[in-house]
Design a protein around this ligand. Structure first.
Ligand code: ATP
Ligand code: MG
Length: 422
C-alpha cells in the first residue's frame, strides 16, 4: 500500500475553518497600513544566498543553521528561501532606485522559512507582516512604528502585550562594549555552554540573548552596552523615550534585548506577551542605518519591524477574538432537468443582486440536498422543482428559524433575504 503523503514538518496547511481568522486579520492589517501611508512591495520568495549572508550576518542563528539553501541544479547558483523580509526589501528598493529623491514607507507580507525545531509558535514556514521606513534618521520614525504596533493590537482586540526597548548604539559603541564583554566572559569560560563558547569571539553580544536558563545569572551580571554608549546614541535613545512618554506609550528598557540579526543599531524593540508560553515575542524590529550601504547603496538611515502572524492569531484565539465565520445566504436545491437549467440562471441572477449563493451540484433527492443545505451553514434554502419552474416562482425556506416556507418570484428573493434578520 502506498504511504500517504504529508506536508513537510513545521509547514502548516491553513484549512477552510481557519481561513476566516486569517482573512479577518489581513483585512484589519491592510486598513491599518493605509491609515499610516505605507505602500505594499512584493518580493520573490527565493533570493541569492549571498543577500542574506551579507545583510543578516554570517555569525547569526539564521545564517548559520536556519536557512533553506540549495544549489540550483540548472546553473549551480546558490539560492535561499527567504528567512525574513528586510534584506529582500532593501535589495528591491536599491535595484529599482526607489530611494532616489523621496524616502519610502513600505510594507510586505508573506511566508518566511527557517529550519527551526517546530513547536507551538515556531514553525519552518511561518508568516510575517513587516514594514520598512527607508530614508528616515530620527527617533520620530521609531516612535511612529511603535505607535503603529500599539494601534494594531487595539484594532485586533488583543491585550496584554508589553513593549520592551533597548538601544544597540553605533558600531563604535558596540566595538568598545565587545572588548569589555569578551573580557568578562573569558573570566567565566567554564560556565559557558557550547553555543556561547563558539560565539565568544565571533558574536559575543548574541550570548546575551541566550535562552539557556543556566546562563541567566552570568548574563544579568554582564557589562551593559548602555554604559558604553557615546553621546549621539544616548541622545537618540533619550529622544525616543521622550516621544514615547508624550504619546502615552508605556515601555520597559530591556538591556539584554539584542535581536538575532546583525544589521541593527540604535533602537531595537519587541512586543511581548506572556500568554503564548516561551514564544512570546509577537513583533520585533528596530533601526538598521548601515544596511542600505552594506548592500551597495548610498548610506541611508532606515528602520522597520516584522510581526509573526501565527503568534498574533494564536493570541487572538487565546483571547477569544475569533471573527464570526461568514456563511452564504442561500443554498440552491433543484430537482429534474428543467429545474436544473432554471437554477443555473437563477443563481447567477441572485449573485448579480449581490447575494452569496451555493448552487447544489451532483444531483440526488430533495431530502439529501436539504441535508447538505443545513450542513452548509447557509441562512436560507431555495427549492426549485418542476412545479416552481412552471409557475415561474421559487420556494424559499429559512434554515435558521421556524418561519414558514414561502413561494415568490426570483426577482423578489434578494429583497426578502436582505431584510430578514436571521
Ligand atoms: P525568536 O527569538 O522567537 O526566534 P527572532 O528574533 O528569530 O524570534 P525575528 O527574526 O525578529 O524573530 O522575526 C520577527 C517575528 O517573527 C518574531 O518576533 C516572531 O513573532 C516571528 N517569528 C520568527 N521566527 C518564527 C518562527 N520560526 N515561527 C513563527 N514565527 C516566527
Ligand atoms: Mg529566531
Amino acid at each position: 500500500m502506498s504511504k500517504t503523503l504529508q506536508a513537510i514538518r513545521g509547514m502548516n496547511d491553513i484549512l477552510p475553518t481557519q481561513a476566516p481568522l486569517w482573512q479577518h486579520f489581513e483585512q484589519i492589517v491592510r486598513d491599518w497600513l493605509r491609515t499610516y501611508g505605507y505602500r505594499e512591495i512584493r518580493m520573490p520568495i527565493v533570493e541569492p544566498t549571498s543577500l542574506f549572508k551579507r545583510a543578516i550576518g554570517e555569525v547569526t542563528d539564521i545564517v548559520e543553521k536556519e536557512m533553506y539553501t540549495w544549489s540550483d541544479a540548472l546553473n549551480g547558483e546558490s539560492l535561499t528561501l527567504r528567512p525574513e523580509g528586510t534584506a529582500s526589501c532593501v535589495r528591491a528598493a536599491l535595484e529599482h532606485n526607489l530611494l532616489f529623491g523621496s524616502p519610502q514607507r513600505l510594507f510586505y507580507s508573506g511566508q518566511m522559512f527557517r529550519h527551526e525545531r517546530p513547536q507551538k509558535g515556531r514553525y519552518r514556514q511561518f508568516h510575517q507582516v513587516g514594514i520598512e521606513s527607508l530614508g528616515f534618521a530620527g527617533p520620530d520614525m521609531d516612535v511612529e512604528h511603535i505607535l503603529m504596533g500599539a494601534r494594531l493590537w487595539k484594532l485586533l482586540g488583543i491585550s496584554d502585550i508589553t513593549l520592551q526597548i533597548n538601544t544597540l548604539g553605533t558600531s563604535e559603541d558596540r566595538a568598545r562594549h565587545r572588548t569589555r564583554l569578551i573580557h568578562y566572559l573569558e573570566g567565566h569560560q567554564d560556565r559557558l555552554d557550547e553555543d556561547a563558547k563558539r560565539r565568544l569571539h565571533s558574536n559575543p553580544l548574541r550570548i546575551l540573548d541566550s535562552k539557556n536558563t543556566e546562563l541567566q545569572d552570568l548574563i544579568t551580571a554582564a557589562p551593559k552596552l548602555l554604559d558604553d554608549l557615546d553621546e549621539t546614541s544616548l541622545k537618540h535613545f533619550e529622544e525616543l523615550q521622550a516621544l514615547l512618554r508624550v504619546a502615552g506609550i508605556s515601555y520597559t528598557i530591556n538591556p539584554r534585548l539584542v535581536r538575532g540579526l546583525d544589521y541593527y543599531n540604535f533602537t531595537v524593540f519587541e512586543w511581548v506577551t506572556d500568554q503564548l508560553g516561551s514564544q512570546g515575542t509577537v513583533c520585533a524590529g528596530g533601526r538598521y542605518d548601515g544596511l542600505v550601504e552594506q548592500l551597495g547603496g548610498k548610506s541611508t538611515p532606515a528602520c522597520g519591524f516584522a510581526m509573526g502572524v501565527e503568534r498574533l492569531l494564536a493570541l487572538m484565539e487565546a483571547q477569544d477574538r475569533l471573527p464570526i465565520t461568514p456563511t452564504s445566504d442561500i443554498y440552491l436545491a433543484h430537482l429534474g432537468d428543467l429545474a436544473q437549467h432554471f437554477a443555473v440562471t437563477a443563481a447567477e441572477q441572485l449573485r448579480d443582486a449581490g447575494l452569496h449563493i451555493v448552487l447544489h451540484c451532483g444531483g440526488g433527492s430533495f431530502k439529501s440536498q436539504m441535508k447538505k443545505a443545513d450542513a452548509s451553514g447557509a441562512r436560507f434554502a431555495i427549492i426549485i422543482g418542476e412545479d416552481e419552474v412552471k409557475a415561474g416562482v421559487v420556494s424559499l425556506k429559512s434554515l435558521r428559524t421556524q418561519a414558514e416556507q414561502i413561494t415568490l418570484p426570483i426577482a423578489q428573493v434578494a429583497e426578502v433575504v436582505r431584510n430578514s434578520v436571521n
